[in-house]
Design a binder for this molecule. Structure first.
Ligand SMILES: O=C(O)CC[C@@H]1NC(=O)NC1=O
Ligand SMILES: [Fe+3]
Length: 407
């Protein structure tokens, strides 16, 4: 636009731009400008091209703290009904997973709750969880389907995902995860269920409800051959793929999603060195999900040294889901990634910003750079390492998405 004035200008704080290989891309006494949803200035306050009051319609003069890029939670199942707290309690009273699953617990109990909930009820139950993530700094939120397991209910989940973005004023990236679990009506017929999933995908995509396609490639999920059929259908529609890969066993999931040039391989606790090399060659992001590792009390770590050695970008996400990761803070996921996976706080922050954005195929966000989206968070912290340090608490003072304050 011809208008010269910026919409906003923040001064009086430091920036962690992440637009550098190390040191958080830090700028001490900094300024940040934005107009029409895009950043116009990222740099030292002394470098501003004029007086703040004339440069921008609104000047936010902070009294310290740090601004980072808006956080990107690139792996969540945040839309669901009910919860699994009862199972959690049963397990702590001695029941075991398999017995609970045989009694109809686990994913299928959430599927029953989702099928029984109206779209509005599903939104009412899911919005508070998404709002909690937003209040803790998330400005781009990936939301998967996968608890409907039939056309109408998968569609209901994806529609609620889109409505959450509208309600909260943030971008939601919707991922179709029809291949999440086998519903009762297809018990023993995995191939028949995959055929049904492939019938739903083009119809959901035609409604604008699908940004990417995911699958759960696991012994208790779907085989590599069944996963490949889902990926071929996604590719035929021009949709990117990602995968719940090698979470509990090495089925070659990472290599399979890399073969399709996929956006990300997620969990990957059991991925082999060959799988890591495949990710590196394909430029596929490794998404670390320490919440599930923590809640399941896993002991097999993802291949972190190999990921670093081969330069595979590592993202960090909440995997917010009622069964294995009822986690409502991406910052908490960062803390768990540092504690369990020994990520440095900078690796964890890069994993929750730039690498999270790459895992969603978004190249217009994730670092603070002029021209990119004006998604940013002002934190009440004295140094960026605190974002991987504190457990809980409320550190986000203000959250902006597209230059508009959203929390
Ligand atoms: O237990 C649930 O509800 C989801 C479990 C979750 N889904 C998946 O593919 N891996 C997981 O850990
Ligand atoms: Fe997941």
């Amino acid at each position: 636009t011809g208008r010269q004035q910026w919409d906003g200008l923040a001064t009086g704080m430091a920036l962690a731009t992440l637009d550098a290989a190390s040191g958080y891309g830090a700028i001490a006494d900094a300024a940040l400008g934005w107009r029409d949803g895009r950043l116009t200035y990222v740099g030292p306050r002394a470098g501003l091209p004029g007086d703040p009051a004339t440069l921008a319609r609104e000047v936010l003069a902070f009294d310290g703290g740090w601004i980072t890029p808006g956080l990107v939670d690139c792996h969540t199942h945040v839309v669901f009904a009910g919860d699994r707290a009862g199972e959690f309690e049963q397990r702590l009273q001695g029941a075991d997973y398999a017995a609970i699953a045989r009694a109809g617990g686990g994913i299928l109990s959430t599927v029953r709750a989702v099928r029984a909930a109206s779209e509005d009820a599903l939104l009412a139950q899911s919005l508070p969880r998404a709002h909690a993530l937003l209040r803790d700094g998330v400005t781009t939120l990936e939301i998967k389907s996968g608890y409907g397991l039939d056309y109408d209910n998968e569609r209901k989940l994806l529609r609620v995902a889109r409505r959450i973005g509208t309600e909260l004023g943030i971008e939601v990236r919707a991922t179709f995860l029809g291949a999440h679990a086998l519903p009762p009506e297809y018990a023993g017929d995995g191939d028949g269920y995959i055929a049904a999933v492939l019938d739903w995908l083009p119809r959901l995509h035609a409604e604008g409800l699908v940004d990417a396609v995911d699958a759960f490639c696991e012994g208790i999920g779907f085989s590599p051959a069944q996963t490949r059929r889902v990926f071929e259908a996604a590719r035929a529609l021009g949709l990117p793929v990602k995968l719940h890969a090698d979470q509990l066993s090495d089925l070659g999931g990472a290599a399979l999603v890399a073969e399709f040039g996929g956006l990300s391989a997620d969990h990957i606790e059991h991925t082999s060195d060959a799988g890591v090399r495949a990710l590196a060659a394909a430029g596929t992001v490794a998404v670390l999900l320490p919440g599930a590792f923590h809640v399941l009390r896993e002991t097999t770590l993802p291949p972190l040294q190999q990921l670093r050695a081969h330069g595979v970008p590592m993202a960090v996400a909440t995997d917010c889901n009622p069964g294995t990761s009822p986690l409502l803070s991406l910052r908490q996921a960062m803390q768990l990634a540092c504690t369990h996976f020994r990520l440095t706080p900078e690796e964890a922050l890069r994993g929750a910003t730039l690498h999270g954005a790459r895992a969603l195929g978004c190249d217009d966000r994730g670092v603070l750079r002029a021209g990119l989206r004006a998604d940013f968070v002002h934190w009440r912290i004295g140094q960026p390492a605190e974002l991987g340090y504190w457990l809980g608490g409320e550190l986000a003072a203000a959250v902006f998405a597209g230059g508009r304050r959203v929390a």
